[in-house]
Design a protein around this ligand. Structure first.
Ligand code: PLP
Length: 361
């Protein structure tokens, strides 16, 4: 089976890990700090704070901005559940806004109708590795005095008008093994705001401002030295990884051109897409349903993913909480999307196999 995702780890990282393992320094230390500095330098922010996961990055970012009970945060229903759960962790209310059917990201034109006097933030997701429409959303934030949280968990290295995703508001990254770069488990917060950086550092370490002096209810959301060492090696290769993904995506889109009803992903203007996922849309004009195509891929040894089969507002948890809204574009997207392998370990032969299997469906 051709895996839909696969981390690429180099031998040099393996040697370094053995060294750390026997050094006696395993918890957050020098390497975590080094990784933070390198990551901030890459994203182009003044600060980066390493944490234990992308979910923790989102949670601590919202807390650092003071999001609390009764506050509303506008977000997308078409993402991994962690994007919205982070809002619930703060006892705040996610307010779902429908998406652009082509980019699958928040549609800025629909946001303002969702703003109320309780709205405090917009949490946008750079889905599949392509930046959401940052400029109009930043403009809404400025006019309504809202905080921008960027879920860049799928968008390490993606760009909007030449600047990196995650550098516009408070950027949140994940290093889960399926992402464009990994640390096993891990996350990072990127910001230019010194106060937010300080609050995130404090919250990830038990709300501690001095040793054994606790000023807030914090967490243990620290990163290990082992994770940081993996991350340093991955960050060095991220540009190569992303270039491979982009080239693989180009090969797939050329090979899948002109199949009626089957729509390859669009690269929008002013974007650098890093293809965390290569996600096609199976529409009514195609000869099979999405699920029939998925079955055909599986039978022929091509792994695939459905990101995501149920929009967040329709998840049982959210239905029970009363979020049973009508968001037709997110619902249509859930029924039609299918992600194909695009990761950097694919060979030309693999890519041709994917194309041939789909063409034979
Ligand atoms: C992976 C992911 C997360 C969560 O990251 P973890 O490191 O798994 O906690 C959040 N949002 C999106 C969009 C993701 O893809």
């Amino acid at each position: 089976m051709l895996a839909v995702s696969k981390p690429k780890i180099y031998e040099s990282t393996g040697n370094l890990l053995v060294e750390i393992l026997f050094s006696g320094s395993l918890a957050q230390g020098r390497l975590v700090e080094q990784f933070e500095q390198a990551f901030a330098g890459y994203i182009g922010t003044d600060y980066a704070i390493a944490v234990s996961s992308g979910t923790a990055a989102l949670h601590l970012s919202l807390l650092a901005h003071g999001i609390d009970e009764g506050d509303e945060v506008i977000t997308t229903p078409f993402s991994f559940i962690a994007s919205a759960n982070a809002i619930l962790y703060c006892r705040a209310k996610p307010v779902f806004c429908d998406i652009n059917p082509v980019s699958f990201n928040l549609d800025p034109a629909l946001i303002e109708a969702r703003i109320t006097p309780r709205t405090r933030a917009i949490l946008g997701v750079h889905l599949y590795g392509q930046a959401f429409d940052v400029a109009p959303i930043l403009d809404i934030c400025k006019r309504h005095n809202l905080v921008l949280i960027e879920d860049a968990c799928q968008a390490h290295g993606a760009e909007y008008k030449g600047a990196k995703a995650g550098s516009f508001g408070t950027g949140c990254f994940s290093f889960y093994p399926t992402k464009n770069m990994t640390t096993g488990e891990g996350g990072m917060i990127a910001t230019n705001d010194e106060q937010i950086a300080q609050r995130c550092r404090m919250l990830r370490n038990h709300g501690q401002t001095e040793r054994y002096y606790h000023t807030a209810l914090g967490f243990n959301a620290r990163m290990t030295e082992i994770a940081a060492a993996i991350g340093l090696g991955q960050l060095e290769r991220l540009e190569d990884f992303n270039l491979s993904r982009l080239n693989n995506a180009r090969v797939l889109s050329t090979g899948l051109d002109n199949i009626p009803g089957l729509i390859p992903p669009a690269i929008l203007p002013d974007r650098k897409h890093v293809f965390h996922q290569y996600t096609i849309r199976v529409t009514a004009g195609y000869s099979l349903t999405r699920d029939q195509l998925a079955k055909h891929l599986e039978t022929n040894g091509v792994g695939y993913g459905i990101h995501y089969p149920l929009p967040i507002h329709h998840q049982p948890l959210y239905r029970d909480l009363g979020y049973d809204d009508c968001l037709p574009r997110a619902e249509t997207a859930s029924g039609g999307v299918l992600s194909l392998p695009v990761h950097p370990s694919l060979t030309h032969e693999d890519l041709n196999t994917i194309i041939e299997v789909i063409r034979s469906a």
